[in-house]
Design a binder for this molecule. Structure first.
Ligand SMILES: NC(=O)c1ccc[n+]([C@@H]2O[C@H](COP(=O)([O-])OP(=O)(O)OC[C@H]3O[C@@H](n4cnc5c(N)ncnc54)[C@H](O)[C@@H]3O)[C@@H](O)[C@H]2O)c1
Length: 271
């Protein structure tokens, strides 16, 4: 049975300014909704507006491509100019195009470069400008959305996986660097979560049932289950948590390959 989003607000974020990249869909949208429900002012930075603007609630939409440094700077300048500061940055916008599922010798290098520009440089540019403001405030929290694929690897993810490993190390490096300025940095590594990104790659993952079975909880996760972890990390309840990663993955990362019933589709007779 799918868990329902929590009905009560656990964290109070009134007066806090929260920036979420990639907030128009999937996990980012759930993060925007969770912060809005807790009273925060939320700015969603995305290349595309949510297809149903009612689900995005009263978040402000600001169009920007995070792979473009000047657009990231303009976005952060806009947020601070309008709201007077930035308390939380959630780096979430990332891509994993279905065509990128390939061994490295068959990689489309232009596509690979695009993944690096969005998933790695996008997080870097947004942090560069947000951390500048947070440093002057002497407060702030950055949460990077990494991935289980940044901890362990799989076939056919030669760029996306390594870039997610980079998000985990960005988290540690920025956390160490900015701790003395009163800023915390943490990341969340989701397992498979039911979003457009995952739906687009179900074939490459052997189908929905196979994907669910890789998680000891026997299902893929829901976007609000990641949002709740982000809310906690951004809250004062996590005041001694920095430079670290939290797996929110239904047990996926602890599940040994030897115990794992997910042969490739053509190997299913070997179960
Ligand atoms: N869904 C999963 O199973 C899963 C698992 C592990 C990690 N993640 C990570 O979670 C995050 C969100 O994934 P999702 O599944 O919700 O993805 P999604 O594709 O459903 O949504 C991503 C959002 O980012 C936006 N975006 C894409 N490129 C952008 C750019 N250049 N500039 C600004 N916005 C851009 C898209 O328009 C979209 O709204 C990503 O960092 C992803 O790598 C997802």
């Amino acid at each position: 049975m799918m868990p329902r989003p929590p009905s009560k607000v656990v964290y109070e974020n009134s007066g806090r300014i929260v920036v979420v990249t990639g907030g128009s869909n999937g996990i980012g949208l759930a993060i925007c909704q969770a912060f809005l429900a807790s009273g925060a002012s939320v700015v969603c930075i995305d290349v595309a507006q949510a297809s149903d603007s009612s689900v995005a609630g009263s978040a402000e939409f600001y169009r920007a491509d995070v792979s473009d440094e000047s657009q990231c700077k303009a976005a952060m300048d806009h947020v601070v100019g309008k709201y007077g500061g930035v308390d939380v940055l959630v780096n979430n916008a990332a891509i994993q195009p279905p065509q990128s599922y390939t061994p490295v010798d068959q990689l489309d290098s232009l596509l690979a470069q695009r993944i690096i520009n969005v998933n790695f440089m996008g997080y870097t540019y947004m942090a560069k400008y947000a951390l500048g403001y947070m440093k002057a405030q002497r407060s702030g929290v950055v949460v990077n959305i990494a991935s289980g694929q940044g901890h362990r690897t799989a076939r056919q993810v030669p760029i996306y996986g390594p870039m997610k490993a980079a998000s985990i190390l960005q988290t540690k490096q920025w956390g160490v660097e900015y701790a003395r300025h009163g800023i915390r940095v943490a990341s969340v590594s989701p397992g498979a979560i039911d979003t457009p990104l995952v739906r687009a790659s179900l074939d490459a993952q052997g189908g929905e049932a196979a994907l669910a079975n890789r998680h000891p909880l026997g299902r893929i996760g829901q976007p609000h289950e990641i949002a709740q972890a982000v809310l906690w990390l951004a809250s004062d309840d996590a005041s001694f948590v920095t430079a670290t990663d939290l797996s929110v993955d239904g047990g996926l990362s602890a599940f040994g390959a030897f115990a794992d019933p997910y042969p490739l589709p053509q190997d299913s007779s070997q179960q």
